[in-house]
Design a protein around this ligand. Structure first.
Ligand SMILES: C[C@@](CO)(OP(=O)(O)O)[C@H](O)COP(=O)(O)OP(=O)(O)OC[C@H]1O[C@@H](n2ccc(N)nc2=O)[C@H](O)[C@@H]1O
Ligand SMILES: Nc1ncnc2c1ncn2[C@@H]1O[C@H](COP(=O)(O)OP(=O)(O)O)[C@@H](O)[C@H]1O
Length: 274
């Protein structure tokens, strides 16, 4: 079985408070983007449990700590799973605020359920996903969602960007999520994100904010410059995604001068899906 785990961006991100468990309560809108990895699961002929074969961009680290292996191990505690070979081709940059690892893990849960006919609802899978990462549950739904709590409680949000184009740029710097959270002083905004997101997109600039930006931009001015460049090229709205380092811009049309601005950076362009 083959799936294409996709990236996400955050449309606005407020960090409301630090919780006693060290995590933060946030509110954000998750929005899927068609930049994808490829993930294939086949029954193993060599035995073992979850044999991971990686290709594409190098993510390093211990394979046993890869989120797709953790997803397998999590379900294997409750269900008798046969050994599998897993082929993961990485395209989505990491340390990028694009949720690539979480998306791989969510698709792994979905594939294991469907391949081995496990009696699990989407809500059950979301609960398993939350144990793998705060934003992992979103990818079980994989449509625009307003998220609360640590980012794992979700409600439908009827936003439409279809017809617009998206440009995603990841400069050559990586931001660690725990470090990014540690750099922010939480605050309760005067206007809630769900009210701002209902405004026309041209009114988002200056209102729809990502609370990670001030501290991350101070440390990495090159990320801030990408955002400025997006507006210079005519973006209707631009922001860093999640804890960075990616920046996205929403455009009426993909700008022709992209290759002049972003020579050494990872660049993705596509149409908004929802
Ligand atoms: C910031 C966001 C915004 O969508 O995504 P990224 O930008 O990393 O993609 C998410 O909140 C990231 O979610 P995710 O990457 O799944 O986080 P986890 O693996 O669960 O947590 C990594 C670490 O981030 C911190 N953390 C995470 C989520 C949260 N609501 N509060 C936190 O303080 C904790 O220090 C935790 O140990
Ligand atoms: N399948 C995977 N894909 C990408 N990264 C993974 C995966 N499994 C585990 N990781 C680890 O997760 C970390 C990336 O997480 P993070 O920086 O939060 O990414 P992002 O902010 O882009 O969502 C890296 O340290 C990487 O080693």
């Amino acid at each position: 079985m083959l799936l294409f785990p996709n990236a996400k961006i955050n449309l606005g991100l407020n960090i409301l408070r630090k919780r006693p468990d060290g995590y933060h309560d946030i509110e954000t809108v998750f929005y899927p983007v068609n930049l994808t990895d490829a993930l294939e699961v086949v029954p193993s002929v060599v035995g073992g449990s979850c044999n991971l074969h990686l290709s594409g961009i190098h993510i390093g680290g211990d394979p046993a700590k890869n989120l797709v292996v953790k997803a397998y191990d999590l379900l294997a505690v409750r269900f008798e799973l046969p050994p599998v070979d897993v082929y993961l081709h990485k395209v989505i940059p990491f340390g990028a605020g694009l949720g690539g690892g979480s998306s791989d893990a969510a698709d792994m849960l979905l594939m294991l359920r469907d391949s081995f006919k496990l009696p699990l609802s989407d809500d059950d899978l979301s609960r398993y996903a939350s144990q793998l990462g705060a934003d992992c549950a979103f990818f079980i739904r994989n449509r625009p969602m307003l998220a609360h709590g640590i980012g794992d409680e979700m409600e439908e949000i009827g936003i439409t960007l279809s017809g617009y184009s998206i440009v995603l740029v990841k400069p050559a710097v990586m931001v660690s999520t725990p470090e990014a959270y540690a750099g922010v002083t939480p605050r309760i905004p005067e206007v809630t994100l769900s009210d701002i997101i209902k405004l026309p997109i041209r009114e988002w600039q200056g209102r729809l904010v990502n609370d990670f930006e001030p501290s991350v931009f101070a440390k990495y001015p090159q990320i801030s410059k990408v955002k400025d460049d997006m507006y210079r090229m005519g973006a209707l709205y631009a922001s860093m995604s999640g804890s960075g380092s990616s920046v996205f811009g929403i455009f009426e049309q993909i700008p022709e001068e992209l290759s002049l601005y972003f020579v050494n950076d990872f660049v993705y362009t596509g149409e908004c899906r929802f």
